[in-house]
Design a protein around this ligand. Structure first.
Ligand code: IPE
Ligand code: IPE
Ligand code: MG
Length: 255
């Protein structure tokens, strides 16, 4: 284990970290490189950060890799991103097995190219019994679409007479989202300085701590993650209550 991990307090680590991995294009542009080179270097940051989170003991890591809005990008950029994704899944399978990482995907997976879907499903299947950490890839993901899809399924249940409207609660609603069964993110990191959520996990980030760093994603590495976790551990999450109430409450009791 590397020496900087013990400096984190194990009892106040985030259970779930979500990351908006932004800035690949700008990283490349600064170096007069093609945007695709930025994505390639970004994939290296993904490898490093997945490894670090597993080592630190994070239970869930959700990475925003491709949004529903990203379908509007030039076709060549989209196909480069898809082939990088495939390459990532193939090259990381052995390490995921070794480190007990289970892969999961959230989003409109059926919109992805068939070959990507095949590799994705295969990787999810192979890693299904792993218990060390869940790596959740948000692919063709949009938060508003996710909420609309959940509302539709719930409406169909009501229409079929299987559900009464009074039974629709926050917990029930959560069970219709892609993230069913997972805790909400404790920490959301966005790289490249943009102060927006870009349609990511809209429901799930209701009480998430946010950290925006100016670092571009391809330059985001382990040391910065550890610094952010130290910052997170200094924060007081109050969930609407007073400081005194929160000091007495067991962790995770309220949200
Ligand atoms: C993030 O980097 C990767 C994806 C959104 C797929 P960008 O490609 O958005 O990089 P910038 O924002 O143009 O720098
Ligand atoms: C958000 O980045 C989506 C991903 C990181 C996959 P974008 O680059 O697409 O976001 P905007 O367009 O700047 O909001
Ligand atoms: Mg961007």
């Amino acid at each position: 284990m590397n020496s900087d991990v013990p400096s984190l307090q194990p009892d106040s680590l985030p259970r779930h970290i979500a990351i908006i991995m932004d800035g690949n294009g700008r990283w490349a542009k600064k170096r007069s490189l093609n945007r695709i080179r930025g994505h390639r270097e970004g994939a290296e940051s993904v490898r490093v950060i997945v490894r670090a989170c597993r080592e630190i003991g994070i239970e869930f890591l959700t990475l925003y890799a491709f949004s529903t809005e990203n379908w509007q990008r030039p076709p060549l950029e989209i196909s480069a991103l898809m082939s990088l994704l495939k390459g990532f899944l193939r090259s990381e399978l052995a390490e995921m097995m070794e480190n007990g990482i289970r892969l999961n995907a959230i989003g409109q997976i059926e919109r992805l190219p068939d070959d990507v879907v095949r590799v994705l499903r295969n990787t999810m299947d192979m890693t299904r019994k792993n218990k060390g950490m869940i790596l959740n890839l948000a692919l063709s993901y949009g938060g508003q679409d996710e909420i609309v899809a959940a509302a539709r399924k719930i409406a169909a249940e009501v229409q079929a007479g299987r559900l009464q409207p009074e039974k629709i609660t926050k917990t029930l609603f959560s069970n219709y989202l892609y993230t069913q069964g997972m805790p909400n993110p404790d920490l959301l990191i966005r790289t490249s300085g943009e102060m927006r959520v870009s349609n990511f996990l809209l429901w799930q980030i209701a009480y998430t701590e946010i950290y925006v760093t100016k670092t571009l994603w391809p330059a985001f590495r382990r040391e910065e993650l550890i610094r952010i976790l130290h910052d997170y551990q200094k924060r007081e999450r109050r969930f609407g209550m007073t400081e005194n109430q929160i000091k007495k409450a067991p962790r995770g009791q309220y949200f």
